[in-house]
Ligand binder design. Structure first.
Ligand code: BGC
Length: 719
């Protein structure tokens, strides 16, 4: 990546205000009529998820909602209590890590479009997603909400996703700007990082969201950077976002991310939101009013913010403000079409990690008796994870998915195999963790925050698990096909909560080892939000399937892949380390520091570090198998036209899609290789198709490596 890519593109020293004269004039016209009090009302939360409107002028409030996996349930205006409606169930979409593992821009666009249409259907103006923070460490509790460790993959998918959302006259809100890569002490941690790493690794996805995605709003991050809180940072908001990138949309704080009236007012933040209900006492509420009246802060700072909000309202065609005559689009939620999109995305997101004995796809006509073992075979995940929680219309578990596909002629049995620490389901109805999130310093690293009841004692849990294990192992011997379905849940993958390590919880390693001894051809399926250690059993396992939380149709999609109704085409959007200690954030830098975290690894994040220092991952970035095989031949390069071409042949027996990945190895670069292009290409069994890739830049001496993963490079062409 060109390190100067995001540097000083905009030369204007002025704060960007959209140039569209009509929008600007209308905003000015309204601005003239507003009192200072009314203007102040528009730039801070007047409820937990909305600002104040100005009824006398017909200006509506701006209504916001979480989050990336669907539109969150309705909350009371000033309490973190769900209203308890029966009409706010929604389509539960695959999490962003799942979207990323499709490596498919069209899927990202479709998921964004479902989210946008549902947000509109629920009467929202701003949907608080997507999250595009880089997966710096596998332990960050919110990784499931983020796309990838790679800035290019993240930026490409986020831009498509945003365009999908904004199709519906709803603003996407890309978050959390910037360097927000851990949950531990998230409100206060200061990130120590050099600017080069910011520009190469942590900024590009935000830049792409602005430039390619045309995102209307951006959310600041909780953490500090260069001595400033990100939500009121002169450096991030004024210098980078407005002046360098020319962003003229609306900047919204994270909830409780503002800490000072002067800094917030003078920064390019437009709207302050928080988790408390003392709305008039927010920093950009009464305290700001007083300071303006006392002449300490110029009213012009508020005018600029209000103007941007009024322009946003026009872009969304909000009645009362917009005079274009274009009616605002109406939305819809829970449509059959939305569920179909959720299913398609889930199907493409599943990653086949290992299939050495060709156990998959299953052949139900031969395998009449199937046993699923493990809590995640029946667990539901929608209703957890923090602000990304979803009140799903329904969620198909793997057990349900398989039964609904092959019930009748095949027996599909279930054994629990292991249990969670507490069997109490995550109950968002009673959850008010967000309200308390300002008190506890904003994050932990003990995986305890989400436990609603005292777990059983370790001794009794251990006994219980031993019994479940014995039962499962015994039963396994009696079935033709045994599928272990385990992994994580939102006790581990959660906002406000980093994991302590990558180990599988609930004694699952022991269970898997014993199952493998009893049943060599065990199929292992992981349902997760982030990578787990596999070292104690991976060498013995022939078959491993990976699914990030894949939404309401996740269980159906998994069944389709297991049964071969869908040929898997997902690829890992992140490195799977053998242990978190192999990840550069831990081996070179710091993670989960309380006051500060030193990003000493700089630009060497994910595969950039592994490749450079020759550290072997468990599974590399970009890995993912298919039921078919692909051959790459006849590479050509046209330097003048900046084109790379080759032939891709499906040499197996199944139709399938391959994600072709182009990495550049730049002459003289300190980075070994970087992803610069990817495409997902469908090829019928036995067919051969030409592939042509056009590049923006091509430099003499660079090598272009085309592969099926970052380590499975099939063709290398030198320019
Ligand atoms: C999260 C944001 C979220 C906001 C509103 C914060 O705690 O960091 O991602 O959008 O709450 O729920």
């Amino acid at each position: 990546m060109d390190i100067n890519r995001n540097k000083k593109e905009e030369t204007s020293e002025n704060t960007p205000i959209p140039q569209d004269n009509r929008l600007s004039q209308r905003a000015e016209e309204l601005l003239q009529k507003l009192t200072l009090e009314e203007k102040i009302g528009m730039i801070h939360g007047a409820q937990l998820f909305q600002t104040a409107g100005v009824a006398r002028l017909g200006i509506p409030p701006l209504k916001m909602s979480d989050g990336p996996m669907g539109v969150r349930q309705e909350f009371l205006p000033s309490q973190w209590k769900p209203v308890g409606n029966q009409d706010d169930y929604v389509t539960y979409l695959p999490c962003n890590s799942a979207v990323a593992s499709t490596w498919n821009r069209k899927i990202a666009y479709d998921i964004g479009s479902v989210l946008g249409e549902e947000a509109r259907g629920r009467g929202k103006d701003v949907i608080l997603g997507p999250g595009v923070n880089i997966k710096r460490s596998p332990l960050c509790g919110r990784n499931f909400e983020y796309f990838s460790e790679d800035p290019y993959l993240t930026g490409e998918l986020a831009a498509a996703y945003i365009q999908g959302v904004q199709l519906w006259d709803v603003a996407a809100c890309v978050k959390h700007f910037a360097a927000n890569n851990q949950e531990t002490e998230r409100l206060w941690t200061e990130v120590e990082i050099d600017e080069e790493a910011l520009r190469e690794i942590y900024f590009p996805a935000f830049y792409d969201a602005v430039k390619k995605g045309g995102v209307h709003t951006i959310m600041g991050a909780y953490n500090k950077l260069y001595g400033e809180h990100c939500c009121q940072s002169e450096y991030l908001l004024n210098q980078i976002l407005r002046k360098e990138w020319g962003f003229d949309g609306v900047v919204i704080s994270d909830w409780g991310g503002v800490h000072d009236t002067n800094a917030a007012a003078n920064s390019q933040l437009d709207i302050e939101m928080s988790v408390t209900n003392d709305f008039d006492d927010y920093f950009m509420a009464r305290p700001l009013l007083k300071k303006i009246k006392a002449g300490e802060i110029r009213e012009e700072t508020v005018n600029q913010k209000v103007k941007r909000i009024l322009i946003l309202m026009q872009k969304l065609h909000m009645p009362g403000v917009d005079t274009s005559g274009i009616p605002r689009k109406s939305g819809a939620y829970n449509t059959p079409g939305h569920r179909k999109k959720a299913l398609e995305a889930a199907r493409e997101s599943i990653v086949l990690l290992k299939n050495e004995a060709h156990m998959l796809p299953l052949k139900p006509e031969k395998q009449k008796r199937i046993l699923l073992i493990g809590e995640n075979a029946r667990a539901l995940h929608a209703n957890g994870g923090g602000s990304a929680e979803i009140k799903a219309l329904y969620e198909i578990s793997p057990l349900m998915g398989l039964k609904t596909r092959i019930g009748g002629n095949s027996e599909v049995a279930f054994a629990q195999g292991y249990c969670r620490d507490t069997q109490e389901p995550q109950d968002a109805q009673e959850s008010n963790w967000q309200e308390k999130s300002l008190e506890n310093g904003g994050g932990t690293q003990q995986n305890t925050q989400n436990q609603k009841t005292q777990p059983d004692s370790p001794a009794s849990l251990s006994k219980k698990r031993e019994k479940l294990r014995e039962e499962a192992v015994k039963l396994a011997a009696e079935y033709d096909t045994v599928i272990f379905i385990g992994g994580l849940d939102h006790t581990y993958d959660s906002e406000g909560n980093d994991r302590a390590d990558m180990k599988l919880p609930y004694e699952q390693d022991l269970l898997i080892q014993q199952l493998l001894e009893a049943k060599k051809d065990l199929i292992i399926v992981m349902i997760v939000g982030s990578p787990v250690e596999m070292g104690s059993w991976i060498a013995q396992a022939d078959t491993v399937v990976w699914s990030y939380y894949a939404g309401m149709e996740g269980g159906s999609a998994l069944a389709d892949v297991l049964l071969g109704l869908v040929n898997p085409s997902g690829k890992l959007p992140e490195t799977f380390y053998k242990s978190h200690l192999d990840c550069s954030a831990h081996s070179v830098g710091e993670f989960a520091g309380k006051k500060s975290v030193a990003y000493r690894e700089g630009v060497y994040v994910g595969y950039r570090y592994m490749d450079k220092y020759g550290v072997e991952p468990q599974f590399c970035f970009g890995h993912g198998l298919s039921y078919t095989t692909f051959a790459y031949t006849d590479a050509k390069l046209d330097f003048e036209e900046k084109l790379i071409g080759y032939m891709l042949e499906n040499t197996g027996e199944y139709d399938g899609s391959e994600v072709i990945q182009v990495y550049v190895r730049r002459a003289g670069s300190r980075i070994y290789q970087e992803l610069i292009r990817f495409e997902k290409i469908f090829v019928k069994a036995g067919q051969r198709v030409p592939v042509c890739i056009s590049l923006e830049h091509m430099n003499r001496g660079d090598a272009y490596c085309i592969g099926s993963s970052s380590k499975d490079i099939r063709l290398t062409i030198n320019s």
